[in-house]
Design a protein around this ligand. Structure first.
Ligand code: ADP
Ligand code: MG
Length: 603
């Protein structure tokens, strides 16, 4: 692909027939940049950002202010472009700060309003003081100069613009394949699950929004200098729709596809120009055809194309194998491994916890103590409040009353990602995996909260990033390897939505384990599994504690599993603890029998 860009950069500008095609080629480069930027916000992170084009405009007008006679500021070209990017980024950040908590349609409405207000300002801020030049825009910019080299010929402009596009392409690529990119993908797939494995969703969305704005601003500056003028019409809603089409046709999140989408949609209308009135019809028909035939984008899922991608699970001979076969051999022998048993050290303490949903007392004055390396099972009929209890511990809900203390921390008011960072990870009763991502990616995302590399470290692939990436890879494979032959017949690069139900449950546990927790909260880990799989899961839960030293709080319905694994059992009904003790004690308790058989009260 880099070769392709170099080709665009060096060769094409020299072979194009005339200045007209030269300029189309340059504009195509601008669109490539714009689509790649939007792809970060809408594709990677899944935010419907309709203010995007305004950031393009902010970049353009910033350039106009800085490099023309309009205000008499003549900033050097190479200095002006970063300023354009920065101003747009700050605007993006500020808009995001006020609106990023809104979801879906609401975010779209606020950002659309921002874009419209921006355009109105451009049109009307020409009196009483002339700031934007109104409909006439601003023109006659300083000559673009890189040091002493003047960019004036169309060929040189094309080369310069495509060099910028290459720069944005590299940024996109580096980000996508980093902890930040994985964090964004997680947010796009399932915000709550992302939060529950340690991603600060608000902050990461804001960062995505600002990064998109920065790229748009940069593209705006490049565009303005190329056109030599800026007008409000350059930055209106129509432009936004075109850029969205490019990203969607290319395939949201797919970098190659988006570059292709941008090229096709900027060249196609021009190529059809000679057909006059038919042109827009053909263009429209082509759009419809692409959307109908390849709704997932031009390039995603083409077998030959995706085969080219590196596979994570080829063996030395290049043959593709089930990942478990490949990595199972990695398992170190555990002859001299320590065995863990319950210790008498309380690490999680819940006191007088209550939570009401309207009139429903989901949790009613509940106490619970979990000891180091204990397996504590919570049982009780449907609707007893078990999952709600997990939601409170993991910070998704806040209790109305009472406290949750983990070691020395009162975590009652902690947010989900803070709870995970401290060392409590969970799974969900109704699987919340990142379905469109692979097994490996799902588990890799969990390393987000244990890694630190940020923007520059990632862009420049500095030591910190390299070290963390290698460590992430190793840890994740080790964890998947713990499942050994249980995770059968799957490949690391398979999307989790293609896995069997039991395997998906296992991946969810692996994902929780990859956050390095001390405590694992497992919500019905064997739900939906057949008897054989349930037995395996039972062994596995025991192994997690005995061999790997996790402390486990597990909600279960299957009593033989509970019987086999539990040090301690707590029974809930109507949000209340009705009894606790060893499995033997609990199973003989008349209240428990009544709750399970559905009798009302004691005789
Ligand atoms: P279970 O023990 O089966 O896991 P839950 O904790 O899911 O039970 O639910 C306990 C009670 O709280 C149920 O009556 C349920 O309807 C109610 N509940 C759970 N979550 C919510 C919510 N977000 N809003 C309203 N009611 C809820
Ligand atoms: Mg439940």
């Amino acid at each position: 692909m880099t070769a392709f860009f170099v080709f665009c950069l060096v060769l094409i500008p020299r072979i194009l027939p005339n200045a007209y095609w030269q300029s189309i080629f340059s504009i195509t480069g601008v669109y490539v940049m714009l689509s790649l930027g939007l792809n970060i916000v809408a594709g990677f992170t899944g935010l419907l950002d309709l203010a995007y084009i305004a950031f393009f405009g902010i970049g353009g007008y910033t350039f106009a202010f800085l490099c023309s006679n309009h205000f008499g500021i003549h900033l050097p070209f190479l200095l002006a472009l970063p300023v354009c990017a920065l101003v747009a980024m700050i605007s993006g950040f500020l808009l995001g700060l006020t609106s990023i908590r809104l979801k879906g349609d609401y975010l779209a409405i606020v950002t659309l309003a921002f874009a419209q207000i921006f355009k109105l300002l451009l049109l009307n801020l020409d009196a009483p003081v002339n700031i934007t030049g109104g409909v006439n825009g601003i023109y006659a910019f300083d000559t673009a100069k890189i040091f002493s080299f003047k960019i004036s010929s169309p060929e040189n402009y094309s080369t310069w613009i495509w060099a910028c596009a290459l720069f944005v392409f590299v940024i996109s690529f580096r980000l996508k394949d980093s902890r930040i990119g994985r964090g964004w993908n997680a947010i796009r797939e399932d915000e709550l699950a992302a939060n529950a494995i340690g991603i600060n969703v608000t902050r990461m969305k804001l960062f995505s929004f600002a990064t998109g704005a920065m790229i748009a601003g940069f593209a705006g500056g490049v565009f303005a200098s190329f056109q030599g003028s800026v007008f409000p019409n350059n930055f209106d809603f129509q432009q936004l729709v075109i850029v969205y089409c490019m990203v969607i046709i290319g395939g949201l999140g797919n970098i190659y596809g988006v570059v292709a989408g941008a090229i096709v949609l900027s060249v196609l209308p021009e190529a059809l120009r000679e057909y006059g009135g038919l042109r827009m019809m053909i263009y429209g028909a082509a759009l419809v055809a692409i959307m109908a035939l390849r709704p997932q984008g031009l390039f995603s899922g083409i077998p030959g194309f995706s085969k080219l991608m590196r596979r994570p699970d080829k063996d030395e001979t290049g043959e593709l194998r089930a990942s478990t076969d490949l990595y199972y051999s990695l398992e170190t022998d555990d002859g001299n491994r320590k065995t863990f048993t319950r210790e008498d050290l309380p690490i999680l303490n819940i006191q007088n916890l209550s939570l009401n949903f309207g009139g429903v007392k989901a949790i009613d004055d509940l106490d619970l103590t979990l000891h180091k390396n204990e397996i504590l099972s919570i049982i009780g009929p449907n609707g007893a409040g078990k999952s709600t209890l997990f939601n409170v511990i993991s910070g998704i809900y806040k209790g109305d009353k009472g406290s949750v203390t983990y070691r020395d921390h009162d975590i009652s008011y902690f947010k989900p990602h803070e709870v995970v960072r401290l060392g409590i990870a969970r799974t969900f009763q109704n699987l919340r995996l990142f379905n469109e991502l692979s097994v490996l990616e799902n588990v890799k995302i969990s390393r987000f909260c244990r890694t630190k590399a940020f923007f520059f470290s990632i862009l420049l692939n500095l030591k910190l990033n390299r070290k963390e990436e290698a460590e992430t890879d190793k840890t994740v494979k080790q964890i998947l390897n713990m499942f050994g032959k249980r995770l059968t017949g799957y490949r690391f690069d398979q999307k989790v939505k293609e896995l069997s139900y039991a395997n998906r449950r296992r991946v969810e546990i692996a994902r929780a384990m990859a956050t390095d927790p001390e405590i694992l909260l497992l919500d019905e880990p064997s739900a939906g599994m057949n008897p054989q799989e349930t037995i395996e899961m039972t062994d596995f839960i025991k192994e997690l504690r005995d061999k790997f030293g996790y402390t486990i709080l597990v909600i279960e319905h299957k009593l033989n599993l509970v019987k086999a694994v539990s040090d301690h059992v707590l029974v809930m009904d109507f949000g209340k603890k009705i009894c606790e003790g060893s499995y033997e004690t609990v199973s003989k308790n008349p209240d428990v029998i009544a709750a399970y058989l559905g009798k009302k009260g004691k005789k």
